[in-house]
Ligand binder design. Structure first.
Ligand code: HPA
Length: 233
């Protein structure tokens, strides 16, 4: 039974879904990690694949950019396709001086200036937190390669209030991305599991740090490996 944004049947998705923002990255992940992958969605080009890893079922699907987009796909996957856990695999801008380009960030909790979670618990500032068992599995696999802590999910990519990045860094916020807080909210709504495992793609407080796209691709593999540990824990 299709939903407005996913033209698939119940049973077409595995209980665990890896979710990069970019649908073409979903395709590349499917080509590199899945055996017997089949495409299960292409509505609006939001490619999704289901296959197996060492005999265990796994799906990979793009989320698009931003909190409204991931909310639509996560809501439909959790409520209509029996998905139990979604692990976002993406990039973040580094904030804390502790994180370097190429490091892995495991987002235990996500601050946000977005209103996406506001209607969930009227009168309450919703705590957007990852599922502890997924955090533990990803952190154990990534070991010393990963930073485990808070992130911020912003709606704006280009507009940042003056001094906010510095202030967030002082509060120990590791990185900036655009989806996790909403994903954690949807998981809470449906009593399901969620996590964001991110690769630091650039440093917002020190733009001298940079790396080649080839280096980025290898470093993305560390995050993918940690995400797979969470998918199958
Ligand atoms: N802002 C938001 N999302 C991001 C960034 C950023 O600077 N870098 C990578 N994803």
């Amino acid at each position: 039974m299709a939903t407005p944004h996913i033209a698939a049947e119940r049973g077409d998705f595995a209980p665990a879904v890896l979710m990069p923002g970019d649908p073409l990255r979903a395709k590349r992940i499917a080509e590199t990690v899945l055996e017997d992958a089949r495409q299960v969605n292409n509505v609006r080009g939001m490619l999704a694949y289901t296959g197996t890893v060492d005999g265990k079922p796994l799906s990979v699907m793009g989320s698009g950019m931003g909190q409204p987009s991931i909310t639509i796909y996560a809501t439909e996957l959790f409520s209509q396709f029996d998905v139990e856990r979604i692990i976002r695999v993406g990039t973040c801008g580094g904030l804390s001086p502790k994180v370097k380009v190429g490091d892995v960030v495991i987002g235990v909790g996500a601050h946000t200036e977005s209103a996406m979670n506001v209607p969930r618990l009227p009168g309450v500032h919703f705590s957007a937190v990852a599922s502890y068992n997924l955090v533990a599995a990803a952190a154990q696999r990534a070991g010393a390669n990963a930073h485990v802590g808070t992130i911020i999910s912003r709606d704006h990519f280009y507009l940042t209030p003056e001094g906010q990045n510095e202030r967030l860094a002082r509060y120990g916020v590791l990185g900036v991305e655009m989806e996790a807080a909403a994903l954690y909210g949807v998981a809470a709504e449906f009593d399901k599991e969620a996590l964001a495992v991110l690769t630091v793609s650039d440093n917002l407080l020190d733009s001298s740090e940079d790396m080649s796209s080839a280096e980025r691709e290898t470093l993305f593999e560390k995050a993918l490996d940690a995400a797979l540990a969470a998918a199958f824990c």
